[in-house]
Design a protein around this ligand. Structure first.
Ligand code: PGA
Length: 268
């Protein structure tokens, strides 16, 4: 190999390593269908009182009706996200909320494909793909959730399940657009069960996801994409999970409803 080629490869390697190093940590708290207005504001105030580490983004994802009151009370660096939206911007979809409405409230993030929406509301990959497109058009960052059930893991179908979910909802995007998406790997068997994936199990799936993206889009895209882990993350297991090379933070459910615990996670 010519010296030039070696040098170019080396510089490319340094560049990619740097991107991975620079990926911001993201801690997102998904409050699901919990809290009332006053308790939401009180919890938000407590969380806002902590110093946010400079390499970390904190996103609170409250029930949609509390986005505006929290936004008004927000005088910190915490960002707000939504738990869901429809794929259409306006129209006869009683009970639904659109990406344009979220944008109007200053929301910058929206969950897509959370397993509870897939399970209880039968959201299809096709619908999720449409939501992703709409959110990106509105400049809202989708936090795309994927993950296998316990049965799928026990049958050895965990990776193929996650691969299908990702390919169906995201792989129509251009690489530069995909970079704007956050992926959250949430094994369904770990959500709200107190059974966290071990750091090794989680890292294995995160690195599988990054490799999938690398195969289609190349290292520059795969290294810059943030992949969060979700599923029973707590104050006492966050540090070890977040220390894994391909885990860029967490999507936190239950523990995001307890200020002290969530603050511990932020500082992990
Ligand atoms: P959990 O929920 O932290 O309560 O397991 C995670 C999620 O559903 O996003």
């Amino acid at each position: 190999m010519l010296v030039n080629e070696i040098l170019i490869n080396y510089l490319h390697f340094c560049f990619i390593e740097n991107i991975s190093f620079m990926r911001k940590k993201i801690i997102a708290g998904n409050w699901k269908m919990n809290m009332l207005k006053d308790s939401s504001i009180a919890l938000f105030d407590k969380i806002s009182s902590t110093e946010i580490p400079s390499n970390t983004s904190v996103i609170i994802i409250p029930p949609a009706v509390y986005i505006d009151p929290l936004n008004l009370a927000n005088n910190s660096k915490i960002e707000l996200g939504a738990q869901n939206c429809h794929s259409e911007l306006f129209g006869a979809f009683t009970g639904e909320i659109s990406a344009s409405m979220l944008k109007d409230l200053g929301v910058n993030y929206c969950l897509v494909g959370h397993s509870e929406r897939r399970m209880y509301f039968h959201e299809s990959d096709e619908f999720l793909k449409d939501k992703i497109n709409t959110l990106l058009n509105e400049n809202i960052t989708p936090i795309f959730c994927c993950g296998e059930t316990l049965t799928q893991r026990e049958k050895g179908e965990d990776k193929i399940t996650v691969e299908k979910q990702i390919k169906n909802a995201l792989f129509h995007l251009d690489g530069n657009v995909l970079k704007q998406v956050i992926i959250a790997y949430e094994p369904v068997w770990a959500i709200g069960t107190g059974k966290t994936a071990t750091p090794t199990q989680a890292q294995e799936m995160h690195s599988f996801i990054r490799e999938l993206i690398n195969t289609k889009y190349g290292r520059e895209v795969s290294s810059s994409i943030s992949i969060l882990y979700g599923g029973s993350v707590k104050g006492d297991n966050a540090k070890e999970l977040f220390a894994q090379q391909d885990i860029d933070g967490g999507l936190i459910g239950g523990a995001s409803l307890k200020a002290e615990e969530f603050i511990t996670i932020i500082h992990s």
